[in-house]
Design a protein around this ligand. Structure first.
Ligand SMILES: [Zn+2]
Length: 263
């Protein structure tokens, strides 16, 4: 069910005390997580709409200003989506990234736009738990609390012990996400140069956001990618957006939660 308390907690991320709202970034989430788990893999929007800010970054902006990033799932669970540097990639079951067409349907997406990242070199040897702790420390140093914040995260560089995954395309009536993931394909790499992009969500199991660190990635040679299960830093640069981010869920979709479980 829709958790109003959590939603308001996350919305508090829109920092009213910010003195630089014009430079502020935003994070938008399409669809609530519980719908994904229930198997709502029908498109509620398209790549062109959900990732518009990322795609627009491709045109007319300098490299340093391409701050848009995001992740998502393709219609019919036909692959993982990751977006950065003005491009939106879909990684289907075979693990080979393909550029996503703007018309591709999307049932779930989280997109960050605007804002300025804090950029740091990460120490070598950090796994997901340590990366998460590093991000939380960074947020605290800016007087931000990860419990009430969705932080956009990007990590570029060389990683070891990487495990990526994707999942097979489904046909209606759609099974639950749990069932889909029983048939996931995973790809392991001893050394993997690439970009991971996504979010550090609050550690809550509310059915709205995915708790913890959630990253999707594409390798530098664009030959591999997917949802990142694990990775260890070898030589990696972290970018975290600490300013004014929020999850905005379309009211119509929140309302659908009250219709009860359609399955
Ligand atoms: Zn994912």
């Amino acid at each position: 069910m829709f958790d109003a308390a959590l939603a308001s907690a996350v919305h508090r991320a829109a920092d009213a005390s910010s003195t630089s709202r014009s430079a502020a970034g935003h994070i938008r989430q399409t669809e609530v997580l519980s719908d994904m788990f229930a198997g709502h893999f029908e498109a509620v929007t398209t790549v062109g709409v959900a990732f518009a800010s990322v795609l627009q970054g491709q045109q007319g902006q300098t490299q340093g200003e391409k701050t848009g990033l995001g992740l998502g799932v393709a219609e019919a669970a036909d692959g993982e989506i990751v977006a950065f540097d003005g491009e939106v990639w879909r990684i289907p079951m075979d693990g080979r990234p393909v550029l996503a067409e703007p018309t591709l349907g999307v049932p779930f997406a989280v997109v960050a736009e605007g804002g300025k990242p804090v950029i740091q070199q990460l120490p070598a040897g950090l796994g997901f738990a340590e990366i998460t702790a590093h991000i939380d420390t960074l947020l605290r140093s800016f007087d931000k609390q990860h419990e009430h914040r969705v932080a956009a995260v990007r990590i570029d560089g060389l990683f070891g012990d990487v495990l990526l995954r994707s999942e097979p395309r489904q046909t209606p009536p759609y099974p639950t996400l749990e069932t889909v993931l029983e048939h996931e394909s995973s790809f392991a790499f001893r050394r993997w140069p690439g970009t991971l992009a996504g979010f550090r969500f609050p550690d809550v199991s509310d059915g709205i956001v995915i708790p913890g660190l959630h990253l999707h990635g594409v390798s530098d040679d664009r030959a591999s990618g997917g949802h990142c299960h694990r990775a260890t830093t070898i030589a990696a640069t972290l970018s975290v957006w600490v300013d004014d981010v929020e999850v905005r869920i379309p009211p119509a979709l929140v309302g659908r939660q009250d219709e009860g479980n359609r399955n």
